[in-house]
Write a protein that binds this ligand. Structure first.
Ligand SMILES: [Zn+2]
Length: 209
């Protein structure tokens, strides 16, 4: 399936079965009509991420190809949440320094309430599963690139909570000021056990020699 961008007219070939937002790669305007109000949201800041749109890899024997991302800017740091076509499904991929998280189900409402959460505390996920909070941070701004599945908080200020356990279960919980919470459930892999292809290379590093 393809669409022509309503702003610049360029052809766009669809990637995901559950696309929610598509940002035109040519003119950086919205091809879909999700109605994100921040007009800076589609101008992705540059960063040093090696994953890019078009990066491929394999998770549990099934290949994926990255087609979009959400970038969350915090006070001192940022997080990219990449969205990829994974067979006929969609997968979210989050990379930190030590690990890569693969999140296969879509965003869902988080079933438990908690208060005064901070790094180091255990949070309840189910009667049997408890996860240790590793990070809680407020986002200052959010940017979007490419094609992504539904993200529940397009115009809200959110905080992100990351928690995981020794069985490598991991959860990313997004909470807005009204207390609504949605989460992604996934699995953490060590960076050394993961390989991506068609990654970005930084020519600047070579030209310094
Ligand atoms: Zn366009």
């Amino acid at each position: 399936m393809h669409t022509n961008c309503p702003h610049c007219g360029k052809r766009y070939d669809h990637q995901l079965n559950d696309a929610w937002l598509i940002v035109c790669p040519s003119c950086h305007q919205e091809i879909t009509s999700v109605g994100i109000k921040d007009d800076k949201a589609f101008h992705m800041p540059d960063d040093w991420s090696v994953i890019q749109i078009g990066t491929t890899g394999t998770y549990k024997g099934q290949s994926f190809i990255v087609c979009g991302r959400i970038r969350f800017q915090m006070k001192y740091d940022f997080r990219n949440l990449w969205c990829a076509r994974y067979g006929d499904k969609t997968i979210w991929i989050g990379q930190s320094l030590e690990s890569v998280g693969y999140f296969t189900p879509p965003f869902a409402p988080y079933p438990y309430q908690f208060e005064n959460i901070r790094a180091g505390l255990l949070i309840e996920f189910s009667d049997k599963i408890k996860l240790k909070c590793e990070m809680i941070e407020s986002c200052l701004s959010v940017h979007y690139e490419g094609e992504i599945a539904e993200y529940p908080f397009p115009d809200a200020r959110v905080a992100i909570i990351q928690a995981s356990n020794t069985a490598r279960n991991t959860v990313l919980i997004f909470t807005n000021p009204g207390g609504r919470q949605h989460f992604l459930w996934g699995e953490l892999m060590l960076v050394y056990g993961v390989s991506f292809e068609k990654v970005r290379t930084f020519a600047e590093w070579e030209s310094v020699k």
